[in-house]
Write a protein that binds this ligand. Structure first.
Ligand SMILES: [Zn+2]
Ligand SMILES: [Zn+2]
Length: 177
């Protein structure tokens, strides 16, 4: 299974949304939400300002997944949500993705499709990697979440900035007499 690329674009979209809505430095404005959809190749043109609260609510709903301490906890949360969100798997073939799966009913609006896609892509990630690829940033004072879709899968930070800051601090601590 590919975990990078369009087949899992819901994973990076979920991370961006959770950080926008729940982190101290997050921006959950209408413009920021629209940017998240565009950056993650959702059909952002369908986004309407009245949908903003639905997206914010979904970001808060997904946060505990990234904070889950055990696979069982993550499974319970995802399973509960998969029962709540009506799914209707079907094949679609459109630009820029080519042939791929849709999970929400074809007639559903963007917030619902976003919920279904992010949920299923996170579930696929757990099936493949357990909790080894997701979490809360390991940098002190940072509350942002991350998902690692790289091949090596060793990421523990939300960003290069946090990784560098932590490494520099550790280096200084070692040099201190
Ligand atoms: Zn599609
Ligand atoms: Zn961070």
């Amino acid at each position: 299974m590919r975990i990078t690329g369009y087949k899992s674009h819901g994973v990076s979209a979920a991370v961006a949304l959770v950080n926008a809505v729940t982190s101290v430095s997050g921006d959950a404005s209408v413009d920021a939400l629209r940017r998240i959809l565009r950056d993650n190749e959702f059909i952002w043109q369908e986004f309407e300002a009245r949908d903003a609260e639905a997206f914010r609510h979904w970001g808060r709903t997904l946060r505990p997944f990234f904070e889950a301490a055990t696979v069982e906890e993550a499974m319970a949360l995802l399973n509960e949500l998969m029962l709540e969100i009506p799914m209707h798997p079907h094949l679609a073939d459109h630009e820029p993705h080519g042939l791929h799966m849709h999970y929400a009913p074809p007639s559903s609006r963007l917030p619902h499709r976003f919920r279904a896609t992010t949920l299923m892509n996170l579930a696929e990630l757990v099936v493949e990697h357990g909790l080894g690829r997701t979490g809360v940033c390991a940098a002190g004072g940072c509350d942002r979440v991350y998902a690692d879709t790289s091949r090596s899968g060793r990421r523990r930070f939300c960003s290069e900035t946090c990784a560098n800051r932590t490494n520099v601090a550790a280096f200084r601590a070692r040099r201190r007499p």
